[in-house]
Write a protein that binds this ligand. Sequence first.
Ligand SMILES: Cc1cc2nc3c(=O)[nH]c(=O)nc-3n(C[C@H](O)[C@H](O)[C@H](O)COP(=O)(O)OP(=O)(O)OC[C@H]3O[C@@H](n4cnc5c(N)ncnc54)[C@H](O)[C@@H]3O)c2cc1C
Length: 413
Amino acid sequence: MHSAPVDVDLALLGGGGAASLVLAALDRHGVRGLRVAVIDPVHRRGQDRTWAFWDRPDGDLDPLLSASWPQVEVVTPAARRVLDLAPLRYAMLRSAAVYERAAAAERRLGAIRVLAPVASVHDDGERVLVRAAGDAPAVRARWALDSRPRPPARAGRTTWLQHFRGWWLAAQSPTFDPDRAVLMDFRTPQPARGVSFGYLLPVSDRYALVEYTEFSPTQLTGAEYDAALAAYRDLLGLDPTRLSVREVENGVIPMTDAPFDAHPSPRVVRLGTAGGATRPSTGFTFSAMRRQAEQVARALAEGRPPVPRPAYPGRHRWMDAVALRALDRGSVGGPEFFSRLFDRNPAERVLRFLDGTTSPAEEIAVMSSTRLLPMVAATAADATHRLRDRLRSPRPVPPVPPPVRGSGCRPEA
Ligand SMILES: Cc1cc2nc3c(=O)[nH]c(=O)nc-3n(C[C@H](O)[C@H](O)[C@H](O)COP(=O)(O)OP(=O)(O)OC[C@H]3O[C@@H](n4cnc5c(N)ncnc54)[C@H](O)[C@@H]3O)c2cc1C
């Protein structure tokens, strides 16, 4: 028999990146008196990923950063570009610092932890009943923010993966230039279908993250990642006998135009990768998660429903679908696509474009800097497919969020 559920205002289903940023933002906004539960079989701690992103200096994350760079390099076989990112900068944040800040926020918020996987979620329009596996208590919440990994609502036309392996390399003597970060280095051998690049993010003259990344339909084997990374290390002129691999980081991030349903029922909101925060053309997710965490916390602090704006404007998802399709069909080459973007636009505009925060006029400038004809052909094919899909299966009407007064969360000043 189930015991009576624990009543809360906010249930976080999944306590990873997105939820950690929400907890920290609630704390930063001074939200108190809000009953919060976090339901995740794992209490995330320590180092399980490194986030790199761009932002303006002097933000709330500054004390947590491992490093930041005002300039980054984009390298192709033909040229090495040094991009001045001002007024932005490229920043590195290790997960341990984020989870630690979230844990402190959780303590101050008096949040409940349920260390079990969510087994079922039932939204009756007023409350969300969340049952966890085993003997763990059920939770009844006014709102649920769900960041559990899940597949998209339906299949996309292009389904790629951003998959990578990184080595944290320690050197015995000064080896890296901490002022020189490499964002993308396309001198790596390019896969038959897809794009590959290496990058180098030094946090000191003796410690750096070197990574090999592919945007492509399928992952490599462990031995293949190691071989690709070793080859990239050699390409950088780094002597393996003077270096040791201290940490290994692996990752797989979806890159797809498939839709993620960010608001599946009146009181359930999806965040993080599950909510569409992963930018299809780049895999970058962090900035959108951070933006949405801020919107959620602000809304709760003001007694409004915690429903953030979509992670990216619809027109960006459209442009990404087009770009992914063009890359997949080989109508534009990856290194060429990215190097033209950076060659023909101020770096800051490209970075804001990739974050989904540019104006339509800037987007026209960015899109027209890529090779136009294949993109137009890809756009036309995309539009035809969209129209055909729509005619075949009309989209269901999305659920309407309840009125603002219904939120019932109880923030304090
Ligand atoms: C190694 C790695 C490096 C990355 N680097 C970058 C980067 O540099 N820049 C960038 O922008 N993005 C990056 N990303 C992409 C993205 O930012 C991260 O994946 C981010 O952690 C996504 O946050 P999330 O909350 O959506 O998912 P996660 O952080 O994966 O959190 C999901 C949580 O759900 C929990 N969960 C799973 N099943 C259940 C269940 N049944 N019930 C309850 N909880 C459950 C998991 O235990 C986990 O804690 C990286 C991803 C990886 C894997």
